[in-house]
Design a protein around this ligand. Structure first.
Ligand SMILES: NC(=O)C1=CN([C@@H]2O[C@H](COP(=O)(O)OP(=O)(O)OC[C@H]3O[C@@H](n4cnc5c(N)ncnc54)[C@H](O)[C@@H]3O)[C@@H](O)[C@H]2O)C=CC1
Ligand SMILES: O=C(CO)[C@H](O)[C@H](O)COP(=O)(O)O
Length: 307
C-alpha cells in the first residue's frame, strides 16, 4: 500500500519506518525539512507540502480490499491546532474514497467533529507504546468507519505489534476515547509505583531500588512495563534518582479523563489524585499549605514556620 505520513517526530518516524519495513511505500511530510529529510534517508519519498504529498500519492494504487483506490494518510502531529491546520491543507485534496488516520493524542470530541466535517473517512487512532516501542510496535485503538479500518489493516498490522496489537473500538471518537482512559490508568499506575518506591526510599531499610524493581519484575503480581521502566530509571539515575527534578509535565489526557468521569458520574479517585499530584509538582510553596500553617497559629497558637 502507499501511505502518506504527515508529522515525522518521535512517533511519525516510527510509523513511516515500520510501514516501509513491511513493504509499504511512504510519502512523507513534516513542517521541519530536517524531519522530512530523515524520513527520506530511511527510504520515504519526501514531499515539500501537504498538497505535494497528495499529488505524489495520486489517489492510491487500488490494491486494498476496499477496492476504492483512495489515498491513505496518517497524521502524527501534535494534538490540537496542528491537526486542524493539517486537515485544512488536506481538505481540498480529499474525497470520500480517502482514509485519514489521526494517530496522535487528540481529544475524542475533536475527533468526532473532524470526522463529521471531512469528506474522507476519518479514523481516530489512539497510539500507545511511545518511541520505546519502535522495535516491538505499538498498541493501536481505532475508531471510525469499519470499511476504512479494514482498508488500513495492512498498515495497522505493520505499525502495531502485529494483528493483535490493533482493533476497531467502534464508531468515530471511540479510539481516542479508549486512549484517553488508557492514559488516565497510566497516571494512576505511575503514582502507585511512585508512592511505593518513595516509602521504600524513606522507610526503615537501606534498599537498592533497582534490585527491588528487578525482583518485582520477575514473577511478582505487580510486574509490568512501567515497572521495567522504573528498573531502568534506577539503574541509570541511581536509587535516589540523582538530579531528576520533582516536576512532572504533561497532564492534558489525564485532565480529559477526569472531566469525562465527572460528566459520566463515574468515581475515579486514583486517577484524579495522580493528576493532582502532577499539578502539585509544578508548585513551589503551595498557598493552601501556607494558609494551613498560619491557621494553626490562629486557632491553636501553634508556631508558624516561616520561609
Ligand atoms: N511521544 C509519545 O510518547 C507519544 C506521543 N503520542 C502522540 O503522537 C503525536 C505526535 O507525538 P510526537 O511524535 O511525540 O511529537 P513530536 O513533537 O516529536 O513530533 C511532532 C512532529 O509534527 C511536526 N508538525 C507539527 N505541526 C505540523 C504540521 N502542521 N504539519 C506537518 N508537521 C507538523 C513537527 O515538526 C514534529 O516533527 C502527539 O499527538 C502525541 O501526543 C502518542 C503516544 C505516545
Ligand atoms: O500518550 C502517551 C503515553 O501513553 C504520551 O507519552 C503522552 O504525552 C502522555 O501524556 P502526558 O504528557 O499527559 O504525560
Amino acid at each position: 500500500m502507499e501511505l502518506g505520513v504527515i508529522g515525522l517526530g518521535r512517533m511519525g518516524q516510527i510509523v513511516a519506518n515500520r510501514s516501509m519495513d513491511a513493504g509499504h511505500d511512504v510519502v512523507a511530510f513534516d513542517l521541519s525539512a530536517e524531519a522530512t529529510a530523515e524520513a527520506a534517508e530511511n527510504g520515504a519519498e519526501p514531499a515539500d507540502s501537504v498538497a505535494d504529498l497528495c499529488d505524489r500519492l495520486g489517489g492510491g494504487d487500488g490494491s486494498d480490499d476496499a477496492g476504492d483506490g483512495g489515498n491513505r494518510i496518517w497524521l502524527m502531529v501534535p494534538a490540537g491546532d496542528a491537526v486542524d491546520a493539517t486537515l485544512a491543507d488536506l481538505e481540498p485534496h480529499l474525497t470520500g474514497d480517502d482514509v485519514v488516520v489521526d494517530g496522535g493524542n487528540s481529544r475524542f470530541h475533536e475527533s468526532v467533529r473532524r470526522a463529521e466535517k471531512t469528506d474522507a473517512a476519518y479514523l481516530d487512532c489512539g497510539t500507545s507504546g511511545g518511541p520505546a516501542s519502535a522495535e516491538e510496535g505499538f498498541s493501536l485503538m481505532v475508531g471510525g468507519p469499519e470499511w476504512a479500518y479494514e482498508a488500513m489493516v495492512p498498515v495497522f498490522d505493520a505499525v502495531a505489534t502485529g494483528p493483535d496489537g490493533h482493533d476497531r473500538m467502534g464508531e468515530s471518537g471511540s479510539g481516542h476515547y479508549v486512549k484517553m482512559v488508557h492514559n488516565g490508568v497510566e497516571y494512576a499506575l505511575m503514582q502507585a509505583y511512585g508512592e511505593g518506591f518513595e516509602l521504600l526510599t524513606e522507610g526503615r531499610y537501606d534498599l537498592d531500588m533497582e534490585s527491588v524493581a528487578r525482583t518485582w519484575n520477575n514473577g511478582a503480581v505487580i510486574r509490568s512495563w512501567l515497572l521495567e521502566l522504573c528498573e531502568e530509571a534506577f539503574r541509570e539515575e541511581g536509587s535516589d534518582l540523582g538530579d531528576v527534578a520533582d516536576h512532572v509535565a504533561g497532564g492534558s489526557t489525564g485532565t480529559w479523563t477526569v472531566e469525562e468521569a465527572l460528566e459520566q458520574e463515574v468515581p475515579v479517585p486514583l486517577i484524579y489524585q495522580a493528576l493532582s499530584e502532577r499539578f502539585d509538582s509544578r508548585n513551589e510553596g503551595r498557598f493552601s499549605r501556607r494558609l494551613a500553617n498560619r491557621l494553626r497559629y490562629g486557632f491553636g497558637r501553634h508556631e508558624v514556620a516561616r520561609r
